[in-house]
Design a protein around this ligand. Structure first.
Ligand SMILES: [Zn+2]
Ligand SMILES: [Zn+2]
Length: 429
């Protein structure tokens, strides 16, 4: 792997710079996005309290996020489990005095304004069966991320979610002047595409506080020892310090190489490669979208329900997930990106936290999945048109995921790989 570091850094910096500028200019949109988050919270609580599984009662979410809630509820119903939110603190905007959060940042992917809202999250979520509590989760002031989107140009005007042609709200709901697609008024509202609650390292590893004392102490003692040896050999204190610093830098370099293989900088390099073919690639949108697809796969009652998301056979995996009642993505690594004549390939490693209903109890479990994703070579915008509806390439009708992605009118199967990332291979650890 040849990496031109100056390009990677330049690219990352210019991206950060552009987004900072957009973030500064777009603060006037905060209220709308905060309202959408609160609408989402209310709709989620309501969805799990209601008995049935009506078609989309959410006005605040993208199709993919709604679909995973839909499948989750079906799974819960089949296992006679209910979910209830005892409370869910709303996102308060305007910010309360002396509060850092919520923090709004913006990016644009060519068709949508993408908004990331970091907020401290507090709620109590209870899983129950026959009035008996199976599990309760109560994060308090944990930092979570909401990924949202809205079809808008960077300047704030309305654009067609399908072809990005600018228009007025009236003209677009009438049928885009350029591509003819008709939209509903709510297609232009702010939509939540994902809620991401990253697992903090302190939560995953039971870190012993002794580590914070022992490790620095060890290095300090080593330093003293080396200084002593050097002084005994008649080397001056100054060169002793220089040798010590060089030694520490070497350790840091080795750590960085390890990190490059498995850590955050690997993601940065992969993102740089991706942006060379897709300048608007949004990591947040991608992760949100992947989270929803993975959750849907874990909740699916039948392989057909998620057939648009994968080209490989998932039936064995789905069979082994019948007892999963919650699936959350808690960390990820973008491992590699490359293209061939037909496809773009992306390799991703994800860590999922699952809750399984085993022997009348809920058990938490972590699982690593290595995924190989592909999408058509000429697809650029990560958000494509999955936010709103998938349109049939055969007859132009809109396709719902509800009937396995098959067009109701002409029977053509939705080939999602020509719109969006789909799973080509997976490996479960
Ligand atoms: Zn259009
Ligand atoms: Zn059709």
């Amino acid at each position: 792997m040849k990496t031109n570091w100056s390009n990677v850094i330049k690219d990352s910096l210019s991206q950060v710079g552009e987004n900072l500028k957009l973030t500064q200019e777009c603060q006037y949109l905060n209220q709308g996005f905060a309202d959408a988050i609160n609408r989402y919270k209310r709709e989620t609580a309501h969805w799990y309290d209601e008995k049935g599984t009506k078609e989309n009662p959410f006005s605040s979410v993208t199709q993919n996020l709604w679909y995973q809630h839909y499948l989750n509820k079906k799974r819960l119903n089949s296992r006679k489990i209910g979910i209830h939110y005892e409370y869910m603190r709303p996102t308060s905007f305007p910010k309360e005095e002396n509060q850092r959060l919520p923090f709004f940042s913006y990016a644009h992917d060519g068709k949508h304004m993408l908004c990331t809202v970091k907020d401290s999250v507090s709620y109590k979520k209870v899983w129950y069966r026959n009035r008996q509590i199976l599990w309760a989760e109560e994060p308090k002031n944990k930092e979570g991320h909401y990924y949202l989107m809205q079809s808008k140009s960077p300047a704030g005007g309305y654009i067609c979610p399908n072809c990005a042609n600018p228009g007025t709200l009236e003209s677009l709901t009438d049928g885009c002047d350029y591509c003819g697609t008709k939209f509903h008024l709510e297609d232009f509202q702010e939509k939540v595409s994902c809620f991401y609650l990253p697992e903090t390292p302190t939560q995953t590893k039971n870190r012993n506080p002794i580590n914070y004392i022992v490790i620095p102490l060890f290095f300090f003692m080593m330093g003293l020892f080396i200084m002593n040896v050097l002084q005994a050999r008649g080397i001056s204190l100054l060169s002793g310090w220089i040798i010590l610093i060089i030694g520490l830098l070497l350790i840091a370099a080795v750590m960085e190489i390890i990190n490059l293989k498995n850590g955050a900088s690997r993601t940065t390099v992969t993102k740089h490669k991706l942006r060379q073919s897709d300048p608007f690639f949004s990591e947040e949108y991608f992760v949100g979208n992947l989270t929803n697809k993975l959750a849907s796969i874990h909740y699916a009652g039948h392989p057909e329900e998620v057939s648009p998301f994968a080209l490989c056979d998932l039936s064995n995996y789905i069979e082994a997930c019948r007892d999963v009642v919650e699936c959350r993505l808690t960390s990820y690594l973008l491992k590699d990106f490359f293209t061939d004549e037909r496809w773009q390939h992306l390799k991703v490693q994800t860590t999922l936290t699952l809750k399984r209903d085993i022997d009348q109890q809920i058990r938490a479990e972590r699982r690593k999945l290595n995924l190989h994703l592909i999408r058509g070579k000429n697809l650029f915008t990560s958000a494509s048109n999955s936010a709103i509806v998938y349109t049939c390439k055969g007859c132009g009708a809109s396709i719902s995921l509800l009937n396995g992605g098959k067009c109701q009118y002409c029977g053509k199967q939705l080939e999602l790989q020509y719109y969006d990332w789909v799973i080509l291979e997976y490996e479960c650890k």
